[in-house]
Design a protein around this ligand. Structure first.
Ligand code: 2HG
Ligand code: ZN
Length: 572
C-alpha cells in the first residue's frame, strides 16, 4: 500500500452535524436510576448493614449504613448526629437511589403563565406538546422529563426577570442550550420550567488584535466557527456536536472535545462571563483581560457547574488564529501499548504543531461501519485492533508536512504504526473525522448504551475496557475510544436494550475501578443527573460539602437545575 502520499494542504473543515436531533429515533427504555444494591465508600467495598430511609424525608434515599468496613473502620454511630445525618453521604455510592420530585417546589399555574407572557411575549412562552416533548428528552432518548413550560428569553434582563419570579414562587428551572449532553443534565427530571437560551445568539464583539470573542450564550458552536473562519481565527474547542450545541452549554459543562490537547480547557480559554443568579441578580464578570488578579476568579464557579449555580448568558473567549496548514493522518496500531508510545513520540516530535490525538478501538470502528451510512474504513480491510487520528496545525506548509511525514515514517519503521494514510483533501479529512466523531451516533443507532466518560492514567486506561469485556462476556459490546491525548477514555457498553442485570455488572465496578486508579468519573461530560450521586468516587466529602455550601448560598431555594451535579440528599 502507498503509505504516505504527498498531502495537499487542508484548509478548515467541519464535520456534518452529527447531533441533529431529527436524525435519531427516541428510545423508550429509560430506567436509568436503578442501582446495584452494593454499598461503597469512595469506591471501596463496605459491608451492607441495613438500609434505612434517609431521615430528611423529601427524598426516599436508601442509606446503607456502614459496619465492619474493611477500609475505613468508621463507627456506625457516626451515622446520626441529632437530626443531621453526618456521614450518610459517604455511603451511597452506587446504591439504589430513586429521585423523587421535591414537594417544596411549586407547580405552574395560570397566573404564572400570564406573568411569563407579560415578560416575554406570547410566542416565547411555549406550551406546545410537540416542542415540549423534544425539550423534555435528551439527545440519547434516555432521560425524559415532564415539563409543561418552555421559556425563550431574548436578553439577560429577561432571564433575570424569569429567575426572580421563579425564585419567589419556588418554581424549579432547567437551563437548556443545544441539549446535546450525555448525562441528563440539560433536560428536566420532573416538571422544571425549561429556560432555552437559543434566542440569545448574538455575537457582541470580536477583537482581531487580541482574538477575544464576546457573544451570547445561545450561539451555536458551528456558527461561531464560521464567523471566526471569516476573520481568520478558530474556536479553541471542537466537538462532534458543534452543529447543535451552544456556547453557553459548552461553558456550563466545561466541554472538552478534540482540540483540548492543543488549546487547553475552557477554564483557560474563557476570559469572562455574565451569569444570572437564582434570585435574578445579573453578575457581570464578562472580563476580556488575560490577567486580572483582583480577588476571587468567580467565573470558574460557572464553568462546569452545569447551570446549578447560575445561568450563563454571555461569554468572552480567547480564540487562536487560524493557521494555514492542517494535516490529518489516520493510522492503525497493533496494540494499545503502541498507541501510548505513539502519543509520547507525537508530543516529543511534533511538539507545537500537534493539534489532536484521538484513538478508537477496532470494536468502535465496527460499530461505525455497521451503523453509519456511507462510513468507510480508510485503511484496507484488516483486523486492526486500534486506530489513531493525528492532526497537525501549523503555519508553514512544507515544514509541517515534512515534519509529520518524517515522524510517521519513523513510527512505522519502529513498529508503532502498522498502517496509515494521510488525508489528501478536505473531504478525506472530513471522512476520517466522521469515523471518530460518529461513534456516539453509531452507538445510539445500535440500541441501548451505557456511557462512561473517564479520566484515567493513559497506561491504565484500556485495561478497564478489557476487564469490562471479560466481566460482561458476549452479552454486551464493550468499546473504548476517546481523547487519549488528554487521558480521557469514553467507555461505552452497547446492548440491544437496557437491562438492570447488566447495569449491576457494570456499576459500581466501573466507578470503583476509576476511583482506585485516582481517576475522574466525569472527564468532560459532567455529572448531570446520571452521576450526581456518584460524586464521592472522585471528590472527598469535605470538597462536596464546600460545593453544597456554595450551592446553598447562591441558590437558597435550590431552584437551579435541581437533582443534578450534587447529591440531592445533601442539599434538600
Ligand atoms: O459518546 C461518548 O461516549 C463520547 C461523546 C464525545 O464526547 C466524543 O468524544 O465523541
Ligand atoms: Zn469526548
Amino acid at each position: 500500500m502507498e503509505k504516505w502520499r504527498t498531502s495537499r494542504r487542508l484548509l478548515s473543515y467541519s464535520s456534518k452535524n452529527l447531533f441533529d436531533r431529527q436524525a435519531y429515533p427516541n428510545f423508550e427504555n429509560s430506567n436509568y436510576l436503578s442501582g446495584s444494591g452494593f454499598t461503597y465508600h469512595f469506591g471501596r467495598i463496605c459491608k451492607p448493614f441495613k438500609p434505612v430511609l434517609h431521615h430528611k424525608q423529601n427524598l426516599p434515599t436508601y442509606v446503607y449504613t456502614l459496619r465492619d468496613c474493611i477500609n475505613c473502620l468508621r463507627s456506625p454511630l457516626e451515622r446520626f448526629n441529632g437530626n443531621t445525618c453526618r456521614v450518610q453521604h459517604r455511603y451511597f455510592g452506587s446504591m439504589a437511589t430513586k429521585t423523587q420530585r421535591n414537594p417544596m417546589f411549586a407547580t405552574i399555574n395560570s397566573d404564572d403563565i400570564s406573568h411569563f407572557k407579560e415578560i416575554l411575549g406570547e410566542k416565547n412562552v411555549i406550551q406546545d406538546e410537540e416542542r415540549l416533548l423534544t425539550a423534555n428528552t435528551d439527545w440519547m432518548g434516555k432521560y425524559k422529563g415532564s415539563s409543561k413550560l418552555l421559556l425563550q428569553p431574548r436578553s439577560t434582563e429577561e432571564v433575570s426577570q424569569i429567575l426572580k419570579y421563579c425564585n419567589s414562587r419556588c418554581l424549579a428551572v432547567v437551563p437548556q442550550g443545544g441539549n446535546t449532553g450525555l448525562v441528563g443534565g440539560s433536560v428536566p427530571v420532573f416538571d422544571e420550567v425549561i429556560i432555552n437560551l437559543g434566542s440569545m445568539n448574538n455575537i457582541i464583539s470580536f477583537d482581531k488584535v487580541s482574538g477575544i470573542l464576546v457573544c451570547e450564550a445561545g450561539c451555536i458552536l458551528e456558527n461561531l466557527v464560521s464567523f471566526l473562519d471569516n476573520e481568520g481565527f478558530i474556536m479553541p474547542l471542537d466537538l462532534g456536536a458543534k452543529g447543535s450545541c451552544q456556547i453557553g452549554g459548552n461553558v456550563s459543562t466545561n466541554a472538552g472535545g478534540l482540540r483540548l490537547v492543543r488549546y487547553g480547557s475552557l477554564h483557560g480559554n474563557v476570559l469572562g462571563l455574565e451569569a444570572v443568579l437564582a434570585n435574578g441578580t445579573m453578575l457581570d464578570i464578562l472580563g476580556t483581560l488575560r490577567k486580572d488578579n483582583t480577588g476571587y476568579d468567580l467565573k470558574h464557579l460557572f464553568i462546569g457547574s452545569e447551570g446549578s449555580l447560575g445561568i450563563v448568558t454571555k461569554v468572552s473567549i480567547l480564540t487562536p488564529p487560524k493557521l494555514s496548514s492542517v494535516n490529518l493522518a489516520f493510522l492503525a496500531c497493533k496494540d494499545y501499548f503502541s498507541c501510548q508510545n505513539l502519543l509520547l513520540e507525537a508530543k516529543r516530535k511534533l511538539g507545537e504543531i500537534l493539534s489532536a490525538f484521538e484513538f478508537l478501538d477496532g470494536h468502535s470502528m465496527d460499530l461505525v461501519l455497521n451503523h453509519l451510512e456511507g462510513a468507510r474504513n480508510p485503511l484496507p480491510p484488516s483486523m486492526h485492533k486500534f486506530y489513531v487520528l493525528i492532526e497537525t496545525t501549523g503555519s508553514d506548509e512544507s515544514y509541517d508536512k515534512e515534519k509529520l511525514e518524517a515522524f510517521l515514517l519513523r513510527s512505522m519503521e519502529g513498529g508503532l504504526i502498522s498502517d496509515g494514510v494521510l488525508a489528501q483533501d478536505i473531504n478525506q479529512a472530513s471522512s476520517f473525522w466522521r469515523i471518530r466523531e460518529g461513534i456516539a451516533e453509531a452507538l445510539t443507532k445500535a440500541g441501548a448504551v451505557y456511557k462512561y466518560d473517564l479520566s484515567l492514567p493513559v497506561d491504565k486506561m484500556y485495561d478497564l475496557v478489557e476487564e469490562m469485556r471479560i466481566r460482561l462476556g458476549p452479552a454486551a459490546k464493550v468499546v473504548g475510544f476517546g481523547h487519549i491525548g488528554d487521558g480521557n477514555l469514553h467507555l461505552n457498553i452497547s446492548i440491544p436494550q437496557y437491562d438492570d442485570a447488566i447495569l449491576a455488572q457494570i456499576e459500581p465496578f466501573v466507578y470503583e475501578w476509576t476511583s482506585k486508579h485516582r481517576g475522574s468519573i466525569s472527564a468532560e461530560h459532567g455529572l448531570g443527573l446520571m452521576k450526581a450521586n456518584k460524586i464521592y468516587y472522585s471528590k472527598s466529602p469535605e470538597t462536596v460539602q464546600v460545593m453544597a455550601s456554595i450551592k446553598k448560598m447562591l441558590d437558597p431555594n435550590r431552584i437551579l437545575n435541581p437533582y443534578k451535579v450534587i447529591p440531592p440528599s445533601l442539599i434538600f
